[in-house]
Design a protein around this ligand. Sequence first.
Ligand SMILES: Cc1cc2nc3c(=O)[nH]c(=O)nc-3n(C[C@H](O)[C@H](O)[C@H](O)COP(=O)(O)OP(=O)(O)OC[C@H]3O[C@@H](n4cnc5c(N)ncnc54)[C@H](O)[C@@H]3O)c2cc1C
Length: 369
Amino acid sequence: MEKVDITIIGAGVVGLAVATTLAECKKSIFLLERHSAFGQETSSRNSEVIHAGIYYPKGSLKAKLCVEGNRLLYEICEANKIPYRRITKVIVASNKAELAQLEALSLKGDDNGVPGLKLITRDELKELEPNVAGIAALFSPNTGIIDVHSLMKYLADKAKFGGAEISYGSNVKAIKKISGGYELLVGDEGGEDFSFVSEVVINCAGLESDQIVRLVGIDAYELKLCKGDYFSVSGGKGKLIERLVYPIPHEQNVGLGVHATLNLQGELRLGPDTTYISRDEMGYDIDPAKAAQFYQAAKKLLPFIELNDLSPDTSGIRPKLQGPNDPVADFVVCEEKDKGYPGFINLIGIESPGLTAAPAIAKMVKDLL
Ligand SMILES: Cc1cc2nc3c(=O)[nH]c(=O)nc-3n(C[C@H](O)[C@H](O)[C@H](O)COP(=O)(O)OP(=O)(O)OC[C@H]3O[C@@H](n4cnc5c(N)ncnc54)[C@H](O)[C@@H]3O)c2cc1C
């Protein structure tokens, strides 16, 4: 039976970053992706924001890997001509009750090592963003936006150049622990199955990562899926803001609150909201009637928006380890040696800021090996 050193399951931004980084080790690497191209799931259904690392608990992987990933991602973009903009962001307090939360966020960001954060007054906010309503804000100079497709294409090309083999249309169906590694059963696009042996398996399967780990016999993780919808804003209103505009986040960070993002073309979108769904309800349709909720959430900070500017845009699903009433859950990035599965590396719960953190997650995986 064919043998490889390392198998990575999932060619989203994280699996691609891991493959690129490990390709430097000159091992034989297989990257398996069930779709016919990279990045067909969460990695192409997000806000495309390079987060600074403000929101996450001190010492958490989310905080550390976001701050490091932010720095690495800008370096990668700069060195490889991947389109990005350090567009910056303001988190805006709209009433006095939110001022304390804004200050707490500022301290949290400082604690996490986020550079350059600055609390600004209403007048300073007016100077930066004349069309945004609010009484104070936290200015983040290190927040940016990126063309994620270009990033993933760069990573896929670099992984292949480094010797990794990317196999599309390859659905991992079974994994068995054997002496010295794992035997994987994979179904291809033509309906044929093939098996091979891998010394190391790295689970980067995003929304399916808890299912993948169950295949090998570990029952310790259960993802809670949380859908986020976006509405686009028409009428050229993207020109009325210069940077990303966020409200004070939800308690327990279920999401960051419906915010205003601009893409590299200057188009304005609102979202994502948060709706927990079951696995049976998985899908990306958006109820157009939700426009009224988005309008209510957005007009507080962006009074120039009108209800009929909004139309359903895209949506994504967060692979969360945190249920609706749970405390904030961290990323899981670990080798399952203690559970009796040496060489099996799990990346589970890689929700936001997983795009930003991807290069730092990849470095961490390399260190685990
Ligand atoms: C609404 C929303 C907004 C977000 N905004 C941001 C943001 O602005 N900034 C940020 O940093 N992060 C953001 N994120 C988070 C970010 O998008 C994710 O953390 C990141 O894309 C996760 O990448 P991934 O490679 O782990 O997962 P995915 O992109 O989901 O990739 C997993 C891959 O595994 C494959 N796979 C699954 N099962 C199998 C199998 N059995 N066999 C073979 N292949 C399999 C899938 O097909 C998929 O391609 C957001 C997420 C959401 C949902």
